[in-house]
Ligand binder design. Structure first.
Ligand code: ADP
Length: 516
């Protein structure tokens, strides 16, 4: 089965977050399930610079205001379509924001173009290439299902509902959105155009990156204004947990760590702990635990809770290895703790891949008290390294860590610690629980072994995506054969709306674009 993935980031070419990891890993894992993925990505400088065997497939006289080419290329094992549109994408640095940190003013057109080209490929733009399904990621690809009504089936995956791609409604014309879908039963979201909303409305199936997050986003508390729509579409909404690259995150062969180790060599963690202490200037006290943190420093990640509990834990003898960057106020709070407890609390601000590996290898436990967490990857790496995750029971954290409560311990399946609600008191109680268990070396060791044996690779996710894709193709295919209609909420309008845009999509989209 051929699948066209549509994504604004793809590891290792361009990455700002977990989306890139998923978009980069899933094609390789799906290949083993008989699904051949080709990914459409914007031609940022970092992408164009990494292409091998690039070949032009199509030229646009005017794609949202400038000349553009669609390229076919490879980058390592990734098979790509790339939009080479210098006026939209040839900008250095972060794909979404300018050097001052503000969104690029033309993001609607930049990512509208991504979706538009995706829809054209889905509708047969490239001779000899017809995907059975189009898989859109996040708001940047959100308009794809809207443009593709009536084309091949579409799935949209939400990596973080907090980012929705909202733009002024006056851009509808420039984005080639036909009038009949500029409504609530379409792309409109509270008077604006909602890219993610459009994707959630029109896609044949919606996935998000964990089953618990899938349930959470249907509630008013966590639904970020989209919960009503998500509840209406609950029948086609599901959650599939991400994996991590188990070649990159492998304690057996990690080039960044002092001593590689397997599940039966946990004593070697002591060497990694010593190396971490030395690297970060922590006192050499082998008899106390190290709590690691590797995180964007934001409220979402509960960094303020870590800052609040830290003094007491240091008083109790624990040490901290903190790595992260982000919110200035949170950074300042942690910096203050690091200077007050010099030798016991170490903070490294910035992004440092090698240090992230050292912290995973050298810590006893990893703290992740997130307020919400669509999936989370850091706790998966922690499990692999026998570093027990201490996490809030939300989103993907709830789905990937088994709490060391009595049931978990007596069944011999626990892999870490969970707390709820996401408040300081519950966090403290759970840290206390972890400190007590840490003293019991035998039990702690058993937890570490369970953790290291957890399946955190992409195998399971790839199987689930492959069967979902096949089910969607079957369902939507059956619908077109029998004339059965789209789901109840859209039955009346769907067939009528489907015919029109396809004819438009066959044309190069630039030809009738006017500037906003
Ligand atoms: P996010 O919400 O930031 O995507 P995830 O847990 O899903 O959180 O993924 C974070 C990824 O980024 C992990 O692989 C983690 O190791 C890495 N990471 C986060 N902050 C840093 C940092 N300061 N330095 C190095 N790696 C980091």
């Amino acid at each position: 089965m051929k699948v066209l993935a549509v994504t604004s980031e793809i590891y290792p070419l361009i990455k700002t977050g977990g989306l890139a990891d998923v978009a980069g890993a899933l094609p390789l894992a799906l290949a083993r399930q008989g699904v051949r993925v080709r990914s459409l990505v914007p031609g940022y400088p970092a992408v164009l610079g990494a292409l091998e065997k690039a070949r032009p497939l199509h030229e646009y006289e005017a794609l949202h205001g400038g000349k553009a080419r669609l390229l076919e290329a490879r980058a390592g094992k990734l098979e790509l379509f790339v939009i080479d549109a210098p006026h939209l994408y040839r900008r250095k640095g972060n794909p979404y924001v300018d050097e001052q940190g503000g969104d690029w003013k033309d993001n609607a057109l930049r990512f509208g173009a991504l979706a538009k080209v995706a829809a054209e490929i889905g509708s047969g733009l490239v001779p000899g290439y017809q995907p059975a399904l189009v898989h859109a990621h996040d708001w940047q690809a959100g308009l794809t299902p809207a443009y593709l009504r009536g084309g091949p089936p579409t799935v949209i995956t939400v990596h973080n509902l907090a980012f929705q791609g909202l733009f002024p409604s006056m851009l509808a014309e420039a984005l080639d959105l036909p009038p009949e879908i500029r409504t609530m039963e379409g792309v409109e979201f509270h008077g604006r155009i909602g890219f993610l909303k459009a994707g959630l409305f029109f896609a044949d199936a919606i996935t998000t990156v964990s089953p618990t997050y899938a349930a959470e986003i249907c509630t008013p508390e966590e639904g970020m204004g989209l919960d009503g729509l998500l509840r209406a579409r609950a029948r086609v909404l599901s959650g599939i947990c991400n994996g991590i690259d188990t070649n990159v995150w492998s304690p057996r062969k990690d080039p960044h760590i002092a001593a590689c180790f397997g599940v039966d060599e946990l004593d070697l963690k002591a060497a990694n702990k010593a190396a971490l202490r030395e690297k970060l200037g922590l006192e050499a006290r082998p008899d106390v635990p190290i709590f690691g943190v590797i995180s964007r420093l934001t409220e979402q990640k509960g960094i303020d809770l870590i800052a609040s509990v830290l003094p007491d834990l240091v008083e109790r003898g624990a040490q901290f290895a903190l790595l992260g960057a982000g919110d200035q106020r949170l950074e300042a709070r942690l910096r203050e703790a690091a200077s007050r407890y010099r030798g016991e609390v170490a903070l490294f601000t910035g992004y440092d891949e090698a240090l992230a590996h050292m912290i995973q290898a050298g810590s006893d436990a990893l703290l992740m008290p997130s307020r919400f967490e669509p999936c989370g990857l850091t706790q998966l790496a922690a499990l692999r390294y026998g570093t027990l995750p201490i996490v809030s029971r939300v989103g993907g954290l709830a789905d990937t860590v088994i709490d060391a409560n009595e049931a978990g311990l007596s069944a011999g399946v626990a892999t870490g610690f969970q707390f709820t609600p996401v408040r300081e008191a519950a966090f403290r109680r759970t840290l206390e629980r972890a400190l007590v268990l840490w003293q019991d070396k035998k039990s702690w060791r058993r937890l570490q072994q369970n953790a290291m044996r957890s399946r955190v690779g992409w195998g399971t996710a790839a199987k689930l995506y492959a069967s979902l894709f096949r089910a969607v193709v079957k369902r939507v295919g059956d619908r077109s054969v029998t004339g059965a209609r789209r789901e109840a909420s859209r039955d009346a309008s769907a067939p009528k709306m489907r015919a029109a845009p396809l004819r438009e999509i066959g044309k190069p989209s630039g030809s009738k674009i006017s500037k906003p």
